[in-house]
Design a binder for this molecule. Structure first.
Ligand SMILES: [Fe+2]
Length: 216
């Protein structure tokens, strides 16, 4: 992938995404065995809070890895810019595709050295696409559907870029797979098959985790 090493991607996929997935599975097992009437409230609260955080991390990471590829693939594949329908929506809601891209990457750069996500979401309630900031995995615009996620936790880039978050952001934007991003957009607005099945050819292979992608 252009500018993103296999070492970085595999570490991110197996340790961070895989860790969230294993955590989620363990939490769900604990919840399934819980005696809700007798369990202390703090224990219920803790498990449900951690379940939400782990589930958010799994979903956002799946969208992140699913969105990579395109011209970062070897050989390069797909579109370098959004397809017409999505491009039109970005122009409608942000003024132009470049204005959308500037807003998204500008927001991402404010998270350099910290943590969180920057997410392109579709909001039925607002009737538009929104670039949304997320402080953590459990932070989202109510009712909105993630279309594209940009992981701004340092674990996503420190092996390749150290503290140079801006260089990482540029490389992610250069590796976007617009076909898959567009499929999520069309699904969100009810004009397509919806999200891809996350059997991403761009995501690093990880046998331990890929078989357990949760569906709730
Ligand atoms: Fe991550």
């Amino acid at each position: 992938m252009n500018g993103l090493s296999e070492r970085q991607l595999v570490s991110h996929y197996e340790n961070n995404y895989g860790g969230a997935l294993r955590r989620l599975n363990t939490i769900r097992e604990r919840l399934a065995a819980l005696d809700w009437a007798r369990t202390p409230t703090f224990e219920i609260n803790g498990l449900k809070r951690e379940e939400l955080i782990a589930a958010g991390s799994v979903i956002l990471h799946e969208i992140y890895f699913d969105s990579l590829g395109g011209h970062g693939d070897d050989p390069p594949a797909g579109l370098t810019e959004p397809p017409a329908g999505l491009a039109h929506a970005l122009e409608r809601d942000f003024g132009s595709v470049n204005a959308w891209r500037s807003e998204l990457t500008g927001m991402a750069k404010t998270l350099a050295g910290g943590s969180g996500w920057v997410i392109l979401v579709w909001s039925n309630r607002l009737g538009r696409l929104v670039n949304q900031w997320a402080a953590d995995h459990a932070h989202g615009l109510a009712g909105a559907t993630p279309i594209l996620t940009l992981d701004m936790y340092e674990h996503a880039y420190h092996l390749d870029f150290g503290a140079k978050a801006a260089a990482y952001i540029d490389q992610v934007m250069a590796n976007l797979n617009w076909e898959r991003i567009d499929a999520r957009y069309r699904g969100a607005i009810g004009k397509g098959m919806g999200t891809t099945n996350f059997s991403s050819r761009s995501a690093p292979r990880c046998r331990k985790t890929r078989a357990f992608l949760p569906r709730s």
